[in-house]
Design a protein around this ligand. Structure first.
Ligand SMILES: [Zn+2]
Length: 266
């Protein structure tokens, strides 16, 4: 009996693997683009700038590297805090951590977006996805895969225009989320929404209704999400941690997908 105890313990450990064990064996996928001089920003936004302060051996004998950086909150892979389009709603630092992490549900709309670069994702797209077998639960992080990630970092193909300044804004063309789908997501009480394009509203939007709808419900958004091809439709856990800017309307975002052992992209 005593000799069996280690076996029994081992069996129990297999039946209920610890969270730390699962995390240690999981695959971690980076869903952020790096910030550099090629990072895509809105045509009217200040792009990322890195200023080298030091990159050399000092007279005292030690090597010292340090930089200054500056950028708009909204560019590259970034968070939109609800206050971005909803006065009085959460700023970047007010979003609960629990809302920035959760089970990921990846909705593939590549076919629709390929046929129409101004495509807006509809409730019908979400319902068709659910009919394939999984209901999107309360607390979900819903990520939309339009295929636009393949165009990064080609500004002309990704944004619809390579120009900058206010005159370039009407030239923006990329897919987004229809406000009806935004209302659907609000009713489902999802925790956050992400997309692999520059904005949750499509490029031709002038009123940003999807931003208004989600943000009024304190549902934040992740934009320019990278590498969604590596995330399965279900089974991944997303952790999306923005720079903690007090009073911010958004900010640079490091977002990762954690794939438990056995979960694999299509
Ligand atoms: Zn934004």
């Amino acid at each position: 009996m005593i000799r069996m105890l280690p076996l029994l313990l081992a069996a129990a450990a297999c039946a209920r693997p610890s969270l730390t064990g699962q995390l240690a064996r999981a695959t971690w996928i980076d869903l952020s683009y790096p910030f550099d001089s090629t990072t895509i920003y809105w045509p009217t936004a200040k792009p990322f700038a890195l200023e080298v302060v030091s990159a050399r051996r000092t007279p005292a004998g030690y090597y010292y590297a340090a930089n200054n950086f500056a950028a708009a909150e909204h560019g590259g892979t970034h968070l939109d805090a609800p206050v971005h389009f909803a006065e009085g709603r959460h700023t970047t630092d007010q979003i609960p951590l629990t809302q920035l992490a959760g089970p990921a549900f990846v909705i593939d709309v590549r076919r629709q977006a390929e046929a129409d670069r101004d495509y807006r994702i509809t409730p019908a797209d979400l319902e068709a996805w659910e009919r394939a077998g999984t209901r999107i639960p309360e607390g979900a992080i819903v990520l939309f895969r339009t295929g636009w990630g393949n165009r990064w970092p080609d500004r002309a193909r990704y944004l619809g225009t390579a120009r900058t300044g206010p005159a370039a804004v009407p030239e923006l063309h990329f897919p987004g989320i229809h406000p009806d789908a935004a209302r659907w997501l609000v009713e489902r009480k999802v925790h956050a929404v992400g997309i692999d394009t520059p904005s949750i509203d499509y490029g031709q939007s002038t009123t940003f209704d999807t931003h208004e709808t989600l943000f009024a419900a304190d549902i934040p958004a992740f934009e320019n999400v990278a590498h969604l091809s590596a995330v399965p439709a279900t089974g991944a856990f997303v952790i999306a941690l923005p720079m903690l800017i007090r009073g911010g309307s958004g900010g640079p975002l490091r977002i990762v997908a954690v794939l438990p052992e056995g979960a694999a992209p299509e």
